[in-house]
Ligand binder design. Structure first.
Ligand SMILES: *[C@@H]1O[C@H](CO)[C@@H](O)[C@H](O)[C@H]1NC(C)=O
Ligand SMILES: *[C@@H]1O[C@H](CO)[C@@H](O)[C@H](O)[C@H]1NC(C)=O
Ligand SMILES: *[C@@H]1O[C@H](CO)[C@@H](O)[C@H](O)[C@H]1NC(C)=O
Length: 487
């Protein structure tokens, strides 16, 4: 198969037509966000955001431009897989239903809880030390375009801060799901190399029964909680992130048998804390750390950028320390969330209701943040009080329970929500991370959900991370959140 010309750092195909650019110009002259009002106590943030109701719904046109990414040669564009900027949508496929999105999100959180449970169950034994290419989570909602091999093949892969293992579907594929691009062909790459059974990384990351494979090639196997899985060769090849940034000898899984709900992405890159992740593999070249910005709406793009420069790009960021997780899971990034402010006032609940023993992770693949039940209940009552009687309540699809009917309103006053961390960092959320419009403005919901019990791991999801520059300063063991990282 002839390899196509590389289009690294490219927008998704069909993304920026003239029509889309004209639409962008139109948007620029009528900004969706009307402004913010009322200074918060203690100087941090505002009490209210006044948001135009129509801006709560994603646009049907892709308004992405290169300008959405910072002027940084190692930045990649981040695209929401359900939005009009995604290749799937530009081909005319309908967006998934909201029930489907919620179902996937539930499955993702359930698999995080299962994974944390397994790690807890084996704590004290050395069973988890093998750190196989396995036990990852479901898929995430954002993807990037990267180039793999020499000459580089352009591939669209999800990125996932909740797992370490990266893989793509490879030729020959006996049993693969349908993907957007032609399969990656190892024979078409002059720099492709399999990992042998005897190699150290095979013992560390390969599948258990490697030694029994006849050809001496290291296999990997990633099993998902929901029966999804990928099986193939553990391999190395050059991974081109941008035209000027590449990771030679990048270790990944070349999948020959893959099944599951991955959408149509060509694979997945793990950005977890563990040694196998792209974040760790890129650290030697670009410095430990990466940062990203997830756009406020599926119709725009954000970025993902690697290296130490990523950290300095966000001088206004509020930094909070990474903490040790109860479950010792090497791939998760744990944070110490101790409170929430609504409309400038801390909700009345002891920090222990937030910082439960189970802890909280930040995850790019979960959509709606999950809080311990007591913490969620406190947030919900403060939010309902702040919304007052100005807006009609609307039926709430589970897991939500606080929705409003905004039909007939031109603008909505959204109470500000800020996350408070144990070391004093205060992070104001974008209003797009507070109120989530269901399929119409007649059902706009508080975009958080409670965990089933206080013993379950909390998750800071991607909806709450929208528009923030999220800086993983892995070298200094801290994570920063900067306002207005992208649109
Ligand atoms: C796990 O622990 C057992 C007993 O302590 C030991 O015999 C075994 O070699 C250990 N396995 C690994 C992979 O370290
Ligand atoms: C490991 O061995 C079992 C049994 O022979 C086989 O079914 C499975 O596919 C193997 N796993 C890999 C990754 O080759
Ligand atoms: C979280 O922050 C609180 C308040 O500063 C502190 O008492 C607690 O020890 C911290 N927890 C962790 C796990 O660091």
């Amino acid at each position: 198969m002839a390899s196509r010309q590389v289009r690294r750092r490219s927008r998704p195909r069909g993304c920026c037509s003239l029509a889309a650019l004209l639409a962008l110009a139109a948007l620029a002259s009528s900004p969706g966000r009307l402004g913010a009002a009322g200074a918060g106590e203690g100087g941090s943030g505002v009490k209210w955001h006044v948001v135009s109701v129509s801006s709560l719904l994603p646009s049907e046109v892709c308004t992405a431009t290169e300008a959405a990414a910072p002027i940084n040669p190692s930045a990649l564009s981040v695209v929401h897989r359900h939005g009009p900027c995604s290749p799937r949508r530009s081909r005319g496929d309908p967006p998934p239903s909201y029930a489907e999105i919620l179902g996937r999100d539930r499955e993702r959180v359930a698999s995080i809880h299962r994974k944390a449970g397994r790690a807890a169950a084996s704590k004290g034994s050395n069973a988890t030390l093998r750190a196989r290419w396995g036990k990852p989570l479901g898929t995430s909602n954002y993807f990037i375009s990267v180039g793999l091999g020499t000459p580089a093949r352009d591939l669209r892969v999800e990125f996932d801060t909740g797992s370490d293992q990266s893989w793509v579907q490879c030729k020959p594929c006996g049993d693969c799901y349908e993907q957007h691009d032609p399969l990656f062909d190892p024979e078409g790459s002059s720099t492709y190399a399999v990992v042998s059974c005897g190699a150290r990384e095979c013992r560390e990351f390969g599948s258990r029964n490697c030694s029994s494979s006849s050809d001496g090639q290291c296999r990997y196997e990633v099993s998902y909680g929901d029966q999804s899985r990928t099986v193939g060769d553990l391999a190395r090849d050059t991974l081109a992130l941008t035209p000027t940034a590449a990771v030679p000898g990048f270790m990944f899984g070349c999948g020959h048998r893959d099944a599951g709900v991955f959408g149509e992405v060509d694979g997945l890159v793990g950005l977890g804390r563990g040694k196998a992740s792209l974040a760790s593999q890129a650290a030697a070249r670009y410095g430990a750390g990466f940062s990203y910005c997830l756009p406020s709406s599926p119709s725009t793009v954000g970025y993902l950028t690697f290296g130490g420069a990523a950290a300095s790009a966000s001088a206004n960021a509020q930094f909070t320390a990474l903490v040790a997780g109860q479950h010792d899971d090497a791939s998760f990034y744990y944070l110490n969330l101790t409170g929430v402010k609504v409309a400038g006032r801390a909700v009345r609940v002891p920090p222990a209701a937030f910082a439960t023993a189970a802890g909280m992770i930040i995850d790019s693949g979960t959509a709606f943040s999950r809080l311990p039940p007591r913490a969620y209940a406190a947030l919900r009552s403060s939010f309902r009080r702040a919304m007052g009687r100005r807006y009609r309540r609307a039926p709430a699809p589970a897991p939500f329970d606080t929705c409003y009917d905004l039909a007939g309103h031109e603008a909505v006053r959204v109470p500000s929500v800020a996350l408070l961390f144990g070391d004093g960092a205060t992070v104001d959320l974008d209003p797009s991370g507070v109120l989530y419009a269901w399929d119409s403005v007649s059902q706009a919901c508080l975009a958080f959900a409670p965990n089933p019990d206080a013993a379950s791991l909390g998750v800071l999801g991607n909806v709450q991370q929208r528009t923030l520059a999220v800086v993983y300063d892995v070298g200094n063991q801290k994570i920063g959140f900067g306002a207005k990282g992208c649109a």
